[in-house]
Design a protein around this ligand. Structure first.
Ligand code: ZN
Length: 458
């Protein structure tokens, strides 16, 4: 099967040029101008950008949290992702206390197999680290689960103590894996939460008021120091606060392999959203929380200057009805998370590229190329090159549309960006050579996504 995409503007992390892309079966086989080649199918990309498919390395599909489960499973979530121009996700398998890592991996494979419409991989969340599990970390890297996520918050549920974190770091330094860190000082937060509740503060905004930026900065700093002592690369997930970014910048200035992602919610929303009337603030209850207005410009500068290397979503949707409502009388019981798997490229293109904060090439780098490189998917994913998977997005940079729960495909009853008009829209999406979104309709297949066995660090 040969597919030819003609007349588009090809954009990679480094180049922008007019060209045709030839796809044979699942891969790109040639790029040129006016390729005089016969094809089974020709797609006219005139006036459109041809981008490598988005890679979202932070999603939580079908994830249990606080007595409920995130509202998108691997089918609805990956279909929504495809509508938003994302063709690969790296989700998180969670090892619960007493479980082996393999058990956790198998449990999450069951959730994804026959459901995922795009390719998927897993980071492994380690919550329990006896010596037997430490040894298993090497086996996971060999299986293509080459990153481990650890928590410095949520004591008693997900959090590891510093000693266990350090042992996991040492092990990962030796096995070619990468560490993903949820960096917030959980013990400080727990004290502040208890005090707020004791004082009768139950509204959603107290979620943010009990998670100060300095609690994020302190944990980020501590994680950097532990990683430096262990000699392991560190990737801080969902960095939200400028104070935490300062720690990453300082570490990078010292030459350490410290990386961090941020998410659209920290670029386009702020603490002011928690002040929305009634219980509306619950829509934005996520950890870390939204920060004060003005913080976002510092994150944009970090993205432009490569102190931040990726934009992922932390997609973890909970409906207002019956899910967020669990915390109507107690902010600490509001499930943490918000939807975003579908809106990432649209928001970042509009607010980043069109507003002149980042270049088109940097946009591709932050949403596809750089996460692919950091997490062992490049050059199979993350670029447009002969031999790479034909994961491609045809993007109309001039088309206006409005983000809304009425039209989105995520299985959640609100959109944090409701009513926001953006310019630039995903038009056609290919996953390994197959068209999966066409004329804004999903034409792919649930279950067509494959498990991504990722490479260890070289
Ligand atoms: Zn997360």
């Amino acid at each position: 099967m040969r597919t030819l995409i003609t007349g588009g503007t090809i954009v990679t992390a480094t180049d922008t040029y007019k060209g045709d892309v030839l796809i044979e079966d699942e891969r790109i086989s040639a790029i040129g101008t006016s390729l005089p080649l016969p094809a089974d199918r020709t797609i006219d990309a005139k006036g459109k950008l041809v981008l490598p498919g988005g890679i979202d390395v932070h999603t939580h599909l079908d994830m249990p949290f606080g007595g409920t489960t995130s509202a998108d499973d691997f089918e609805s979530g990956t279909i929504a992702a495809a509508h938003g121009g994302t063709t690969s996700v790296v989700d998180f398998a969670i090892q619960y206390k007493g479980e082996t890592l393999r058990q956790a991996w198998e449990a999450w494979m069951k959730k994804a197999e026959r459901k995922a419409a795009i390719d998927y991989g897993f980071h492994m969340i380690v919550t329990d680290l006896p010596e037997s599990v430490e040894a298993e970390m090497d086996a996971m890297v060999a299986e293509g689960i080459t990153s481990f996520k650890l928590f410095m918050a949520y004591r008693g549920v997900l959090m590891l103590d510093d000693g266990s974190i350090f042992r996991a770091f040492l092990r990962t330094a030796g096995n070619g894996g990468t560490i993903c860190m949820h960096a917030e000082n959980g013990d400080v937060i727990d004290v502040l939460v208890r005090r707020a509740l004791a004082a009768g503060h139950t509204a959603p905004k107290w979620h943010a008021l009990t998670r100060p930026p300095r609690a994020e900065a302190e944990a980020t700093h501590r994680a950097i120091c532990l990683a430096e002592m262990a000699g392991v690369p560190l990737y801080v997930v969902h960095l939200s606060a400028a104070e935490a970014l300062e720690q990453i910048t300082a570490a990078r200035d010292r030459g350490l392999p410290a990386y961090a992602e941020t998410c659209p919610q920290y670029l386009f929303l702020s603490y002011a959203n928690y002040e929305e009337p009634g219980f509306e603030g619950a829509k934005y209850v996520m950890s870390p929380p939204l920060r004060a207005e003005g913080n976002e410009e510092k994150l944009w500068r970090g993205l432009a200057g490569n102190d931040l290397q990726a934009i992922s979503t932390d997609h973890c949707p909970f409906c207002m009805k019956e899910q967020k409502e669990l915390g109507r009388n107690d902010f600490s019981k509001i499930p943490n998370g918000a939807p975003g798997i579908e809106t990432r490229l649209h928001l970042v293109h509009d607010g980043g590229v069109r507003r002149g904060r980042i270049s088109l090439n940097r946009f591709v780098e932050l949403t596809s190329t750089s996460p692919a490189k950091i997490f062992g998917l490049f050059p199979r994913k993350g670029t447009i090159a002969p031999g790479s998977d034909a994961d491609l997005v045809l993007f109309d940079p001039a088309k206006k549309h409005t983000l809304s729960a009425k039209t989105h495909h995520m299985r959640v009853d609100y959109n944090p960006y409701e009513g926001r008009e953006v310019t630039g829209k995903v038009d056609t999406v290919l996953s390994r050579g197959k068209v999966i979104v066409e004329n804004e309709k999903f034409v792919g297949k649930a279950g067509a996504g494959e498990f991504l066995k990722r490479k260890p660090r070289s």
